[in-house]
Design a protein around this ligand. Structure first.
Ligand code: VGL
Ligand code: ZN
Length: 199
C-alpha cells in the first residue's frame, strides 16, 4: 500500500494575474513542492480546455461568468475563458516543481462537458483513467492539494473517497474561489463523503 500526492491545477490562470485567479493561489506552491518528496507517487492535474469550451460564459450569449446554466449532465457554473490548451495560462505556474511528478493528467478537453474531478468528468460517468493508474501502482492513501479547494480539489477528493481510496485534503496547501458560500458547502460535502480535512 503506497501513498500518492495529487496536485490539482496549479496553473497560471488560477494564480494571481490569471484569467480565473484564485486569491493567494501562488502562496501554496512552496508547501506543495516540499510535500512531493514524501510520497511514492506524485500526480499533477492540468485543466486543459479547447478554445470555445462549453464551460466558458463566452459560449453562451447573454450569460455572465460565475452564473449557472443547465447542461445535459446537470448544472454547470460558467467561467471566464481559462486554461486554453497550449496557452501560457494553461501552463503550470513556473515555481511549481514538475520534475518529481510521475504523471500529468489532463482534464476538461472534451468540448461538451466540464471536468472538475481528476477521476470523472462532470457527467460523473466518463473516466479520466486516474483510478486505474493509482490502483495499478498500489496507491491507497491519497492526499489532495492545489486549486481550487471548493471546485476541482473537492470534487477530486470526494470521487476518491467514493471509489474506495483514503482521501485527505491539506487545506493549507489549497486556496478557494468561494463563490456564494461554495467553500463551506464543499467542506460539508467532503466531510459527508468521508474525506479527511487537515492542515
Ligand atoms: C477549476 C473552475 C473551472 C478548478 C477549473 O481547478 O477548480 N475551477 N475549471
Ligand atoms: Zn476549467
Amino acid at each position: 500500500m503506497t501513498k500518492a500526492l495529487i496536485v490539482i491545477d496549479v496553473q497560471n490562470d488560477f494564480c494571481p494575474g490569471g484569467a480565473l485567479a484564485v486569491t493567494g493561489g501562488d502562496q501554496i506552491i512552496g508547501r506543495v513542492n516540499a510535500l512531493m518528496g514524501e510520497f511514492d507517487t506524485v500526480v499533477l492535474t492540468q485543466d486543459w480546455h479547447p478554445a470555445g469550451h462549453s464551460s466558458f460564459a463566452s459560449q453562451h450569449p447573454g450569460a455572465a461568468p460565475f452564473t449557472q446554466i443547465d447542461m445535459p449532465y446537470g448544472p454547470q457554473t460558467l467561467w471566464p475563458d481559462h486554461c486554453v490548451q497550449g496557452s501560457s495560462g494553461a501552463a503550470f505556474h513556473p515555481d511549481l516543481e514538475t520534475g518529481p511528478a510521475h504523471l500529468v493528467i489532463r482534464k476538461g478537453f472534451r468540448p461538451e462537458v466540464d471536468s472538475y474531478s481528476a477521476f470523472f468528468e462532470n457527467d460523473h460517468e466518463t473516466v479520466t483513467g486516474l483510478a486505474g493508474y493509482l490502483r495499478a501502482r498500489g496507491a491507497q492513501e491519497l492526499t489532495f492539494v492545489g486549486l481550487a479547494l471548493d471546485f476541482c480539489v473537492a470534487w477530486s477528493a470526494m470521487d476518491a473517497a467514493r471509489l474506495g481510496f483514503e482521501a485527505r485534503v491539506l487545506e493549507d496547501a489549497c486556496r478557494a474561489i468561494d463563490l456564494e458560500g461554495s467553500l463551506n458547502a464543499a467542506r460539508d460535502a467532503m466531510t459527508a463523503a468521508g474525506v479527511k480535512l487537515e492542515h
